[in-house]
Design a protein. Structure first.
Length: 283
């Protein structure tokens, strides 16, 4: 199933060029208030909700996709995790271009592990992202994101799929400055996720998801997730050894070669034949 959050927190199913409004199934969610469990309550119940959606989808109201605003398909992650330098060709590129890492040594992911982006940086399809006023270089990194569905703690790579709700496209937008990653990758709008969540049963091979980045109509990046240095399963194992992954947590799995800066007015589009197309405009 392809699930989206649209307009003011409505839940939709993507059906071709339509969005089917299935908000009614969320009536079953508990009103948890202060006792809220960690993570995203919708993603945490995705299996039950997909079953309930199956029961109402036939007669549910439809909207044209172009008429709705698609928000990030996760509303309340406890963490947005980034994987630094997780494609061999990007590692070579980062070692060759000193600007990418401010002249510092580029360390392999196995040495430095992952980083966190602020949850407040979350943005969705069609959003406008403000560049820093000082004109520092900013690169949009096209990535495949995995969305956690069930709590994961000390999970082995081979079991990781049991903890995955689905996949989406992402832009891990990054200031190329001397700041720590947690700061320079956390500006408002710098964690773009969407256009919707695709459940694993819809994907022919979850370890070979193709995707590409275009900026201003020109292709910059193209890869598939079989080229990752550390696979989705290995990233879940690596991260869950340090902290619990909660439903709705997002792991941006890393960007391939071809990173380059954007300027105000640029439109960046990451697309995939199996995950859809996700665009933002820079201002
Ligand atoms: Mn990245």
């Amino acid at each position: 199933m392809k699930l989206c959050r649209f307009d003011l927190d409505r839940l939709g199913v993507i059906d071709g060029d339509d969005v089917i409004d299935v908000l009614a199934v969320l009536d079953a969610l508990p009103a948890t208030r202060w006792a809220r469990e960690p993570g995203d309550p919708v993603v945490a119940r995705l299996d039950a909700l997909c079953e309930a959606i199956g029961g109402i989808v036939e007669g549910a109201p439809r909207r044209a996709r172009g008429e709705v605003r698609l928000a990030a398909p996760v509303a309340t992650p406890t963490k947005i995790i980034g994987a630094p330098v997780n494609y061999h060709a990007h590692l070579a590129e980062a070692r060759a271009d000193r600007d990418l890492h401010q002249g510092r040594t580029v360390h392999p992911i196995d040495e430095i592990g992952c980083f966190l982006k602020a949850n407040s940086a979350l943005a969705g399809h069609g959003d406008t992202v403000a560049l820093p006023v000082d004109g520092t270089r900013v690169d949009p990194e096209a990535e495949v994101a995995v969305i956690i569905g069930a709590p994961a703690r000390n999970v082995r790579a081979v079991d990781a799929h049991r903890h995955v709700a689905g996949y989406a496209l992402a832009l891990d937008i990054s200031v190329r400055g001397k700041q720590d990653r947690s700061m320079r990758k956390s500006c408002d709008g710098f964690a773009v996720l969407g256009p919707w969540l695709v459940t694993p049963d819809e994907l022919p091979d979850v370890d070979a998801i193709p995707f590409a980045l275009e900026v201003g109509g020109e292709r910059r990046q193209a890869a598939d997730t079989s080229m990752l240095i550390r696979s989705v399963g290995e990233l879940v194992e690596m991260c869950s050894a340090f902290y619990t992954l909660w439903p709705g947590d997002v792991i941006m799995t890393g960007t391939p070669a071809g990173v380059a800066p954007v300027v105000a007015g640029d439109v960046a589009t990451v697309s995939s034949p199996v995950l859809g197309s996700l665009s933002v405009t820079f201002r």
